[in-house]
Design a protein around this ligand. Structure first.
Ligand code: LMR
Length: 327
């Protein structure tokens, strides 16, 4: 037996074949939200499926809750190769491409189903590739949900928000949206939001139900107004050079897995939107205000001028394509 193994090793050497198993490819997937949200669940499912189907070839490490990188550093870390996958909200891509600011326009999409239809369209898919020149490769859109306003004061009409300070994501459109309300926008990383709300650094915020419930924002805000005034969705991104250098069969399998995970994440987002809303109501720790059509119309009218401000940089054609997805 020993002679046989020795012979085999010599043969490997002679043929220049390595008998040392190559290290698996490591994919670090970092994100800023809780594991119970659609994105958190998606990252974990991706890890599970990759490790089942590409066992020994690829390992995935998931870092939730801004554990590895927060909003400020993650995109840079992706370019540097310190992390291989992220799923930042679409609002955070505005500095790489003007067109993607589309998703932040207030009252553009009626609901998540409309967002879904638009993202599946040719124009939506173009946006997935709009950051490639910057070294980022868009792999998929993932849903979270529609945003709701919150504050320690009941916000029924836009005048109620006047003079208040609101936390926003890194987005010029969101900045303009709050300015249109006569409020002060304050850009803060997601990891800072709970504290900022709890200590009064800001008076209010806008978030989808999954983020509100999982981060307990309802424990530090007395009122939520059910406005559904905008969408918070994600782009799953990787580093273009890293992705293109993967062996073809591995890349194809990863893309197949990601397509399956995307279906699951988006299904979960639809269900979770309503479920988390109910959990917030049932907690008894805050009040969820349902607005009348007239009140909602006031929000819409006050924030609509933001569209005009960004029409040239986003493109009228894109706005029209998004609107067409509402029917
Ligand atoms: C936020 O900063 O509010 C969101 O983008 C966080 C997230 O990833 O859902």
């Amino acid at each position: 037996m020993r002679v046989f193994i020795h012979g085999l090793m010599l043969l490997c050497l002679a043929l220049n074949i390595s008998y040392v198993q190559a290290d698996p490819i490591k994919i670090k997937f970092a994100h800023v939200v809780a594991e119970s949200t659609p994105k958190g669940m998606g990252a974990n499912l991706f890890k599970k499926l990759v490790e089942e189907r590409l066992a020994g070839k690829v390992v995935v490490e998931v870092y939730p809750n801004s554990q590895l990188y927060g909003d400020e550093k993650e995109m840079e870390a992706l370019l540097l190769g310190d992390v291989q996958m992220l799923a930042p909200s679409l609002a955070k891509f505005g500095k790489y491409t003007d067109k993607i600011q589309l998703f932040d326009l207030p009252f553009l999409f009626d609901d998540l189903a409309a967002v879904d239809r638009f993202q599946a369209s040719a124009k939506g898919q173009e946006l997935l590739h709009s950051v490639e020149k910057k070294g980022y490769y868009g792999l998929a859109f993932w849903h979270n949900g529609m945003k709701q306003f919150s504050a320690n004061k009941a916000l029924r009409v836009p005048a109620d928000a006047k003079g208040l300070k609101f936390r926003i994501q890194q987005s010029k459109v969101l900045e303009a949206q709050f300015k249109a309300l006569g409020a002060s926008p304050e850009k803060l990383a997601f990891s800072e939001v709970y504290n900022a709300l709890a200590t009064g650094i800001v008076d209010g915020a806008e978030n989808p139900w999954a983020n509100i419930y999982s981060k307990k924002f309802h424990e530090v805000q007395k009122f939520f107004s059910e406005t559904n005034h905008g969408v918070l969705d994600y782009m799953v991104v990787t580093n273009t050079a890293f992705w293109k250098k993967l062996p073809d069969d591995i890349r194809a399998e990863l893309e197949k897995i990601l397509a399956e995970v995307t279906v699951e994440v988006n299904k979960a987002a639809f269900a979770q939107e309503m479920a988390d809303r109910q959990l917030v109501i049932d907690s008894g720790k805050t009040q969820v205000l349902q607005l009348t059509p007239e009140e909602l119309q006031q929000w819409r009218t006050t924030m609509m001028p933001v569209w005009k401000q960004f029409e040239d940089s986003i493109g009228k054609d894109l706005i029209e394509a998004a609107l067409a997805a509402n029917k």
